[in-house]
Design a protein around this ligand. Structure first.
Ligand code: CA
Length: 226
């Protein structure tokens, strides 16, 4: 799950980024409203955490711009303001949830997971790909009914492939959602990780490599596969 964190208080931003990363999320952080506006329209995020009082451009304007540009990722608004009119403005601009400072940082993780799950649809608490099950509530994988042991990076890659099961996923897509910005998608780290995941999955489901294009996770091995 890739999250855009927009917060100009350096201490809070750093604490939140740490909490979100330790919950397995990939976090891009900006303290500036203008930069947030551009990132939300040019990068691909599963959710955003958005402060309202920001330098450059205020959070409500940023959010309104994202929605005008048809960016539909869920947005959790954070603010020190407790006035009802501010909350109303944020919701009217397209916010999905709201936390007033101070708050428990863990609550941000919980709320983001709920928003992400809702965004995936009402019936996706368990996603099935062949004999592989991914429980989006507990964030755990099961293969043939047994818990599947994965490292944090393998987990994130497989969760992303499962969320796009059957579709072609480019190397750049994976590096954006699994690592922070600026990781070279052509490095062979990704191939090594995909190789490890393949070994753990056994004969099915299968991660196909489409040379020069990316990867595709499919539920069953093709009849003519080795
Ligand atoms: Ca602020």
């Amino acid at each position: 799950m890739r999250v855009l964190l927009v917060e100009d208080d350096p201490l809070l931003a750093s604490a939140l980024a740490t909490v979100l990363r330790s919950a397995g999320m990939v976090v891009d952080h900006t303290a500036d409203g203008h930069e947030a506006q551009v990132l939300g329209c040019t990068e691909s995020y599963n959710a955003a955490v958005l402060d309202l009082g920001l330098p450059g451009q205020d959070g409500v304007s940023v959010l309104r711009h994202w929605r005008e540009q048809r960016q539909v990722f869920p947005v959790l608004v954070l603010t020190a303001r407790a006035r009802w009119s501010d909350k109303l403005d944020a919701f009217q601009a397209g916010a999905d949830d709201y936390l007033t400072k101070p708050f428990l940082q863990e609550e941000v993780v919980t709320r983001l997971r709920v928003l992400h799950r809702r965004a995936l649809g009402p019936h996706t608490s368990v996603v099935q790909v062949g004999p592989l099950q991914f429980n989006t509530v507990t964030d755990r994988f099961f293969l043939h009914g047994d818990a599947l042991a994965l490292t944090a990076q393998e987990h994130r890659i497989l969760a992303f492939l499962v969320s796009r099961a059957g579709q072609l996923v480019s190397r750049a897509d994976i590096s954006e959602h699994v690592y922070a910005r600026d990781l070279d998608p052509d490095s062979n780290t990704l191939d090594v990780l995909i190789g490890r995941i393949r070994r753990k999955l056994g004969s099915a489901p299968v991660i196909h490599t489409e040379r020069g294009r990316g990867f595709r996770l499919v539920g069953e091995a093709a009849a003519d596969s080795p």
